[in-house]
Design a binder for this molecule. Structure first.
Ligand SMILES: *Cc1c(COP(=O)(O)O)cnc(C)c1O
Length: 421
């Protein structure tokens, strides 16, 4: 039996209607920006495997750090014990996170980092003797698939059957220059109810909403309003974190810093599932008490797994290296050049770039998961490029290590694809 046939026997894939999409392509290895299938076809990983493998697949520096760690300490309970890899990682993270972030809490994935953030925010007010029962989130937000994260997400394809079981959320539109006044007024009036514990947002880029982007000034103003009313602010940087927007974190573009930050995806350079929820001393101090019940009773079995921590340490070292920082600038410039070409294309409605993120909306109505989208996807794969169009949006979020010629190939395949739709 082939791998594809064996796959069909017992596996249930994520985000997949198996009756419509029975086939899954076996990927047998990966190196740098390339994925290799079981027939030795190779594909440029144009979205860094969902924004995780930003330093390239099977990166030697990451691998050697993990190999060192696996001979030393594989796993240990993180309540009552601590270890060097977690300590070193916390120091490195505090070194690059916005200055007000002082405490690092571990969990397993982006969704749990958001659930942790929501629970922190709710208990923060509870511990301070205030019952605040609601959160504010943006329209079309995506924060993950666990119940807390699902509640604050606003994309109904994911949430339909569960809507009756979610937390109470108030929603505001993503601010732009036309609706900004209106959004601020609504935001402030929602907050004035006194019921709002926190405002959660994907800073500057809403990934799952097809790389929708918005301006730092607008977000900064909302953060200012939230601070004024003592509403905690939660930046979900699971997608935007670690250099993808051109700065270490998207929050670096705003002068007002969030109280809580969620990180995952490229945190471990794409080799292990792990997440961080960081927070300020003020948030931490509301839990710090001689009363046991005021503590934060949340913990996952694999919290701060040493192997994942060691990968993350190596990842941050790479992120801070001159080579990667230069590549980020180079990719951004290439994206801007490609953008100016595509802006004049008759089939293109709009384009946008932030850091290494490029997105283009086709001037064609398309379903998020429809036939035309599949046609594009298949075209890219046939031409050796892995991209996942979202509805009528084609986006690139390549590993930082992509070369000029590989990037050119991605652009040229995208250009050709506009002829087949
Ligand atoms: C991917 C993502 C999540 C969820 O992360 P998982 O690891 O898939 O649970 C949450 N928020 C944002 C912004 C994301 O991009």
């Amino acid at each position: 039996m082939t791998l594809s046939e064996r796959d069909k026997k017992h596996l249930w894939h994520p985000l997949t209607q198996h009756k419509l999409y029975p086939d899954h392509l076996p990927i047998v290895r990966a190196k740098g920006v390339y994925l290799y299938d079981d027939k030795e076809n190779r594909y440029i990983d144009g979205i860094a495997s969902w924004y995780t493998c930003m330093y390239g697949h099977c990166n030697d520096k990451i691998a050697s750090k993990i190999k060192q760690q696996i001979d030393e300490l594989d796993q240990v309970v993180f309540s009552g014990f601590t270890h060097k890899a977690a300590i070193e990682l916390s120091e490195k993270l505090i070194g690059i996170l916005p200055d007000n972030q002082q405490k690092i809490f571990f969990s397993d994935n982006g969704s749990t980092s958001v659930d942790v953030a929501i629970k922190m925010a709710l208990q923060y007010h509870y511990n301070n003797g205030e019952k605040r029962s609601k959160l504010i989130a943006l329209e079309d937000a995506f924060h993950g698939d666990t119940f807390g994260a699902m509640s604050v997400s606003g994309l109904s394809v994911y949430n339909g059957p569960f809507e009756d079981f979610l937390l109470t959320i108030d929603r505001i539109d993503v601010p732009n220059k036309n609706n900004f006044e209106e959004v601020c007024i609504k935001f402030e009036s929602l907050i004035a109810s006194g019921k709002i514990a926190a405002f959660i947002y994907e800073p500057l880029v809403q990934g799952a909403a097809a790389m929708k982007m918005y301006e730092p000034d607008f977000l900064n103003k909302l953060l200012k309003i939230a601070k004024k009313y003592h509403v905690l602010t939660i930046a979900d940087e699971v997608m935007t974190g670690f250099g993808k927007t051109g700065r270490n974190f998207a929050s670096d573009y705003m002068s007002i810093k969030p109280d809580i930050i969620c990180l995952s995806k490229s945190l471990t350079a794409g080799v292990a599932p792990m997440a961080i929820t960081s927070c300020t001393m003020e948030v931490y101090n509301s839990f710090y008490d001689s009363d046991l019940k005021k503590g934060f009773f949340h913990g996952h079995t694999y919290s701060a797994n040493p192997l994942a921590c060691s990968a993350a340490i190596a990842g941050i070292d790479l992120l801070r290296s001159e080579g990667i920082q230069q590549n980020i600038k180079l990719i951004t410039n290439r994206h801007l050049e490609f953008k100016s070409v595509m802006d004049n294309h008759p089939k293109v409605k709009s384009t946008r770039v932030l850091g290494v993120i490029f997105a283009l909306d086709l001037d064609i109505e398309m379903k998020r998961y429809g036939k035309l989208r599949d046609k594009l996807y298949n075209f890219y794969m046939k031409n050796g490029v892995f991209l996942r169009p979202l509805g009528n949006t084609i986006y690139i979020l390549p590993p930082f290590v992509i070369s000029d010629s590989e990037l050119k190939k991605v652009y040229s395949v995208i250009k050709q694809s506009l002829e087949v739709v």
